[in-house]
Design a protein around this ligand. Sequence first.
Ligand SMILES: Nc1ncnc2c1ncn2[C@@H]1O[C@H](COP(=O)(O)OP(=O)(O)O)[C@@H](O)[C@H]1O
Ligand SMILES: [Mg+2]
Length: 259
Amino acid sequence: MAIQRVASKWEKTKALHKKEHISLYIPETRKYSIDQMQEMLDTYELVYIKPDRGTYGIGVMCADIWRDDIDEDAEPKFRLQFGTQSEIHPNIESLHQSIEEKIGTKPYLIQKGISLLTYKRRKFDIRALVQKTPNNTWETTAFIGRIAAPHRIVTNHHSGGSVLPIEDLLGPYLTPSQFLELYKEMKNLGVHVASELSRKYPRLKEIGLDLAIDEQYHIWILEVNTKPALFPFKWLQDKSIYKKVRRYAVAYGRLKSAK
Ligand SMILES: Nc1ncnc2c1ncn2[C@@H]1O[C@H](COP(=O)(O)OP(=O)(O)O)[C@@H](O)[C@H]1O
Ligand SMILES: [Mg+2]
């Protein structure tokens, strides 16, 4: 039977919200509308706006409150960022109009924005790969750090991002024991998310978690991919990781042979 794929971020988020030990890790997410955006911007300094069924970082935008450094008495305005561009809007209606022009009638989500840690002033997040083992259990098999291209708000490879081992990215922020703690937490989280999602989607065999780490070193699940790319793990120096990734992928039928 075919491996299960689920495109809608909204459906996956809803499924994960049922479990409190997982929902703690999910930034508040709603269906996009001008009213929801107003409420979200009243609550959070930064929000992300993204297609419900998007991939590769395409169509992802973010909005925040923008204050004029020179005229401190001026009313706060709204900044919208997308690609490498940014616009300043005087009010929420103007911000919404610009967003609507870009999204048309496509369903979009609005999510609490996480202030990502940076590497050489570029934002980074983490991809965790979770796979079914040949023994039919779930295992978080690999991690890779993803760094946004300069001035970009997304880290996706297809949007100009590059990759580095998570040790290199988190090393400057964490002591070795803090790193180990976070590493274990991400590994466990991967398994919990996979187990929970596979209750609703029993033919899942692999998932990719996009994990953000904020300035308090809290882990956030930005999205769960049901067709995660495997090739980035090839670049890890420890070749045994990619070997295992392939071996598992062959066992559940994603790849043909373990070359
Ligand atoms: N809530 C958020 N806070 C901070 N960054 C985000 C948020 N949502 C998405 N991003 C950034 O945008 C990228 C793409 O968003 P994602 O939800 O993974 O959609 P896609 O399916 O296009 O990969 C993420 O990898 C991350 O870099
Ligand atoms: Mg993603």
